[in-house]
Design a protein. Sequence first.
Length: 144
Amino acid sequence: MQLFGIGIDVVEVDRIAAAIERHGNSFLMKLFTGGERAYCESHPKPAVHYAARFAAKEAISKALGTGIGGQAGWLDLEIVRTATGAPKLLLHGHAAEFARQNGIVEVQISLTHARDYAAANAVAIWDGLDARAPIQKDALGAAI
């Protein structure tokens, strides 16, 4: 297995809280699955948990190289928790198809949050068998 891509994102919690305040449920339903909303709302300060999941989805889209859009929509990327509490990514729809077509076998994620900021990183792992391998580049961006 090989590295396909990495991504990182940092979000201001107040920015997400303001969007929730301004747009309410329509904002939440556009960006977060029912399971994600239930999890976030089960906490005293839901905005910090929404912000961490927002950051995770941005980081994942960067690791996949797709950005948020046609190949990886907000609801195609679902952050769940394992039995031990670790965050885990579930891919749905277009994102699952993109991963399958590109030999991505796993995306590891890590989330963190504090009072003002939430951050996440993602590492996409490729099986090394797909002909559409990522182009390897040196530190200056030249193809190797």
